[in-house]
Write a protein that binds this ligand. Sequence first.
Ligand code: CP
Length: 305
Amino acid sequence: MARTLLSLSNMEPKEVAALVDRAVELARTPRTPQVLAGRAIGIYFATSSTRTRTAFWRAATALGADVISYGPEDLQLVTGESLADTARVLAAYLDAIVVRTNGEIREMAELADAADLPVVNALSSHEHPTQALADLTMLRAEFGTVAGRHVLYVGEGNSTAMSLAHAVALSPGLRLTLITPEGYGIPDGLPAWLREHGAQDRVQHGHDLDAVIGPVDAIYTSRWNQMGVPKADPQWRSHFLPYQVTDALFARIGGERSIFLHDLPAVRGDETTAEVIDGPRSRVFRQAFYKYAAAMAILEWCVCR
Ligand code: CP
C-alpha cells in the first residue's frame, strides 16, 4: 500500500517525530540528497496557495524529482471523470501527488484508495496536516525539544487548528490550549479522538482568553477567513475582535522568550496587529520556510519506502 498523508490523526507519535526530525535535518543539510531522482511528483491545487504549493514544488525538485502541476481546471475531473479513474491513470505516471481542495478528506482518500499512489493532503476542508508538521518543525528548531512547551492557539477552529491539535497530541509532553470564539470552535470529533489518544489533558479547548494562565511559549493565530471564504453571519467580526493577538496579550501571558506564529496569509488589524507580526517575537517567515523542509521530509517518507 502507498504511504498517504491525509491526516495526522491516524499516524503514530514515532512517525510524526521521525518526520519532524528529518525536516530539521534536511533544513540544515547544505547538499540535499537526490532521493527522488528519476521520480515524478504531481501537484494538484484546486484552490489558491502561495506557500504550500511552492514549498512542495521546490522540495520535489530539490530532492531530484520532476514536477507536473495541475491547476483547478486542468484535470478531466472538472468534466466529470471519476476520482478513481483519475487515480488509476496518474499512478502510472507519478510517484506521489500533493492535493489541495476545499473538499473533505474522504475525496482524497478515494483518490488514494483507487491506486497505489501516495496522496498528500495540502489542505482540505477540516485538516491541514502538512502545515502542522511545518509548525512542529518550527517549534523543534526554535526550542530544541518540544516536551514541556505550551502553545496557545487563538482564533477560529479551522483546519490549521485541527491539525495542530493532532500534531501536539502526538508529541509527548507538548501542550496546546485552543481558544476560539463561540460558534467557531473545533470540529465535534476532536475531543473523542483526544481521549482515545490519552491527550485530553495536554490539548484543551475553551472560549475564554482571560482564563489562560501563562507563561506560554508560543501564541499562534490564523487568518479569520481561512482561504478568504466569507462567514455566513454578517456580525462575525464582533465575535472575533476580542481574540486579536496583541502586544498586550503577550505582556499578560507571554514569557520572556515566547514567540508568535501564524500559518499565513495574515491580515494585519484582524487576527493580529502589525506590532506583533512585524515585531521581534514573530517567527512567521521562518515558520513558512519550514514548510519547505517539512515538504522534503514528507515526500521522501511517501515515496522512498
Ligand atoms: N499556510 C498556507 O497553507 O499557506 P498557503 O495557502 O499560501 O499555501
